[in-house]
Design a protein around this ligand. Structure first.
Ligand SMILES: Nc1nc2c(ncn2[C@@H]2O[C@H](COP(=O)(O)OP(=O)(O)OP(=O)(O)O)[C@@H](O)[C@H]2O)c(=O)[nH]1
Ligand SMILES: [Mg+2]
Length: 218
C-alpha cells in the first residue's frame, strides 16, 4: 500500500513521540507567526522551570539563543535550510544523552502560522502563540492552527493599551473553533502572567511523568 504524505508525516511524528517517551522527556512545541514572541517566552519561562532543554528551529539564521539560565541544560539549533517548518525527522539530531539529562524540552518551530500546523513533530503539547499586535482575527483566518493546538498563548499583553485586541472575543473565537483549547495570556516581563503559564505546562508534564510511574522532575 502507498502511504500518502499526510500519513507518512503522522507516522514519523508517532515514532518521534515514542522516542521522547523512551527517554521520558515531555516535549512542548511552540508555533506561531514570525516575531510573535516564541524565543522571548522560552527565555522568560526557563528561570521559573526545572531543568530543561531547548531546540530552536530556524530557516537560515542563528538568532534564537536561550541558554542564559542554569535551568537550561542544553540548547540545540536546527537549521531547516529554508524549509518553513520543522519535521519530526529533524529532531533525530537531538543526542539521546541530551534527552536523558532533562525531563522537559521546549521546541521552537520556525515562525510560520501555516506549515507547522500540518506537520506534527511528536511533541506532547502544542502551543500556539499569538501576539496582540497581530490582531485577534488571525484565529478565524488560520483555523487549522487553532485546531492543531492544545494551548493558545496570547502574548505581548503589555501592548494591549496600544492595539485593538479584544481578549475575551479572542478566547471565545478560539474555543468555538477548538472547545478543548486552553487559553492563557502572557508577556515576557510580567511574572504574574508567566507563573500561571509555567504552572500550566508543569502540571501537564508532572501528570505525564506520574502516569509513567516517574517522580516529576526526576
Ligand atoms: N512588548 C513586548 N515585546 C515582546 C514581548 N515578547 C517578545 N517581544 C519582542 O518581540 C520581538 C520578537 O520576539 P521573539 O521572541 O524573537 O519572537 P519569535 O516568535 O521567537 O520570532 P521568530 O523566531 O523570528 O519567529 C522582539 O523584539 C522581542 O523583544 C512581550 O511580551 N512584549
Ligand atoms: Mg524565535
Amino acid at each position: 500500500m502507498k502511504w500518502s504524505l499526510k500519513h507518512q508525516t503522522q507516522l514519523h511524528a508517532s515514532a518521534q513521540r515514542r522516542h521522547f517517551d523512551t527517554h521520558q522527556c515531555y516535549v512542548v512545541e511552540l508555533l506561531g507567526s514570525p516575531g510573535c514572541g516564541k524565543t522571548s517566552l522560552i527565555r522568560a519561562s526557563i528561570p521559573l522551570m526545572g531543568p530543561c532543554g531547548v531546540v530552536n528551529g530556524e530557516m537560515s539564521s542563528f538568532h534564537d539563543h536561550t541558554d542564559f539560565d542554569p535551568n537550561c541544560k542544553w540548547t540545540m539549533h536546527i537549521d531547516t535550510s529554508n524549509r518553513c517548518h520543522l519535521e519530526a525527522r529533524d529532531l533525530h539530531a537531538i543526542p539521546d544523552e541530551n534527552l536523558d539529562r532533562v525531563p522537559f524540552v521546549f521546541v521552537e518551530n520556525v515562525g510560520n502560522l501555516v506549515c507547522p500546523t500540518s506537520c506534527p513533530i511528536g511533541a506532547h503539547l502544542r502551543v500556539l502563540v499569538l501576539s496582540v499586535a497581530e490582531g485577534a482575527d488571525k484565529l478565524a483566518k488560520y483555523p487549522v492552527a487553532v485546531l492543531a493546538a492544545d494551548v493558545l498563548l496570547i502574548s505581548k499583553t503589555d501592548l494591549l493599551p496600544f492595539v485593538s485586541f479584544d481578549l475575551e472575543q479572542a478566547r471565545r473565537d478560539a474555543q468555538r473553533l477548538n472547545p478543548l483549547i486552553s487559553v492563557l495570556q502572557v508577556n515576557d516581563q510580567d511574572q504574574n502572567l508567566l507563573r500561571p503559564w509555567v504552572d500550566h505546562i508543569q502540571v501537564r508534564a508532572n501528570a505525564y511523568h506520574l502516569s509513567r510511574g516517574l517522580c516529576p522532575w526526576h
